[in-house]
Design a protein around this ligand. Structure first.
Ligand code: AMP
Ligand code: GLY
Length: 436
């Protein structure tokens, strides 16, 4: 398993529950992942097995050599960067099964313009757009859009390459910034988009390039501050399912967005294999695609893994081998799951590093699961913060309210002086539920 965040701790935790998981290696992992592996090693009759190891994921030959030496049966890639970089192709080329798309298919996340053109070809509902390769083209295209207008750097920009411009001046300045290198190579091309009105929701599907299975819905909280204020982050909390995506809307999104995407990718000679994470806008005309990600969301993965009742190894392995059609469909519990991100003060700017963290076991005694997102061992067995998002306090319940209450009760046990969190995770759905 590759990656180091809360998403990867949740994946490791679920992978290790499978009877098919004899050994688990993680790179780089984190202290939470290391604890999962230690527990697995203790439970296995054969004793010692995996560990957290430091591989350079950009060095494909080194990753392949490690997998060959340890006879790794399946590689699960957490983050997008190694996928966009073609690590899955290199591993497959060496005969190693991998969960995650190759470089060509990962362009669904890696290039917004690529995805928009695919939507046009396949008739997938999405915001109207123009691609521009120069600032002059972009300025000229602006006249065709009303305000607000959405301007996006084409490439990967760690979630920061999207600006919703309220005025023509702001739009023009954004274009100049992007072509001026504000987002590095990601802004060498921009996409200008119509602003969509509605509520956002995330839908996950697993596909091996032909078979497709739905893998649940979620909503996250991108803004750092309560009431959805302040700068964007990677996500300050999430819950699953998202009832706003009704069974009917989910079926529409699967039929009108996910299925035609998988078909169009296969027809274009770049079959998509892995998890397809669709950011949707629920508009008055129905669900429209905002963007694709080629990996699980972080922290959406944490709530999905809490609800997953079936075997994750069997599912991801079947996907990696192109045998999804014959595999058991994933079973997600009807319970609600919620996760609250504890971040280091300063995030999403410069987070305070090294702050002490205590009492995680007291938190888990409340029935919550605490995933490590950015922690480190201080050497004396103490845990400290290392990163922006530090912990994901995650709980399930019969209702979202129950799950929320359990998560915050657990969070109240944790001592993390340098940390902060949003107190209103789940608010949109909870408000809707208390109205009805
Ligand atoms: P993205 O990185 O493409 O997900 O964009 C980041 C955020 O910008 C999304 O989660 C939306 O909140 C917002 N956004 C992106 N595209 C649009 C659009 N066409 N209309 C309205 N909001 C958008
Ligand atoms: N939480 C949003 C993402 O993983 O992209």
């Amino acid at each position: 398993m590759l990656g180091s965040g809360g998403r990867e701790h949740a994946l490791a935790w679920k992978l290790a529950q499978s009877p098919h998981c004899a050994q688990l290696w993680a790179s780089p992992g984190n202290p939470g992942v290391a604890a999962v592996i230690a527990d697995l090693n203790a439970r296995r009759a054969r004793g010692a097995g995996g560990a957290c190891i430091a591989l350079d994921l950009a060095d494909h030959a080194a990753v392949i050599a490690f997998c060959a030496a340890q006879a790794v049966d399946l590689v699960v890639v957490g983050p997008e960067a190694p996928l966009v970089d073609g690590l899955a192709d290199s591993l497959r080329g060496a005969g190693i099964a991998v969960f995650g798309p190759g470089k060509a298919a990962a362009r669904l996340e890696g290039s917004k313009g690529f995805t928009k053109d695919l939507c046009t070809r396949a008739g997938i509902p999405t915001a109207g757009y123009v691609r521009a390769k120069t600032a002059a083209e972009a300025h000229a295209a602006l006249v065709g859009f009303s305000l607000p207008v959405v301007i996006k750097a084409d490439g990967l920009a760690a979630g920061k390459g999207v600006v919703i411009a309220q005025t023509a001046e702001e739009a023009a300045a954004t274009i100049d910034d992007m072509f001026g290198g504000a987002f590095g190579g990601a802004g060498a091309e921009v996409v200008i988009e119509e602003f969509l009105e509605g509520e956002e929701v995330s839908l996950f599907a697993i596909t091996d390039g032909s078979a497709i299975v739905a893998f649940g819905s979620a909503q996250d909280h991108k803004r750092v501050g309560e009431g959805d204020t302040g700068p964007n982050t990677g996500g300050m909390g999430a819950y699953s399912p998202a009832p706003v995506l009704t069974a009917e809307l989910e079926a529409r999104a699967m039929a009108e967005i996910i299925a035609p995407t998988v078909k169009a990718m296969a027809e274009a000679g770049m079959p998509y294999s892995g998890v397809l994470f669709a950011g949707l806008m629920l508009t008055a005309e129905g669900p429209k695609l905002i963007e694709y990600n080629c990996r699980f969301g972080d922290p959406e993965c944490q709530v999905l893994m809490m609800r997953l009742e079936s075997d994750l190894v069997a599912l991801l392995d079947a996907c990696a081998r192109g045998e999804l059609a014959g595999a058991a469909a994933p079973a997600l519990s009807a319970q609600s799951a919620i996760t609250v991100v504890m971040a280091a003060k300063g995030y999403p700017g410069t987070p305070a590093s090294g702050g002490g963290i205590e009492n995680l076991s007291a938190a888990e005694a409340h029935g919550a699961k605490v995933f490590h997102a950015g922690t480190a061992e201080a050497g004396d067995g103490h845990l400290v913060a290392k990163g922006g998002r530090v912990l994901n306090v995650t709980a399930t319940g019969a209702t979202l309210r129950d799950a929320r209450d359990r998560a915050y009760a657990a969070l109240g046990e944790i001592r993390f002086e340098d940390g902060f969190w949003r107190g209103d995770v789940g608010w949109r759905e909870l408000a809707r539920q208390s109205e009805s």
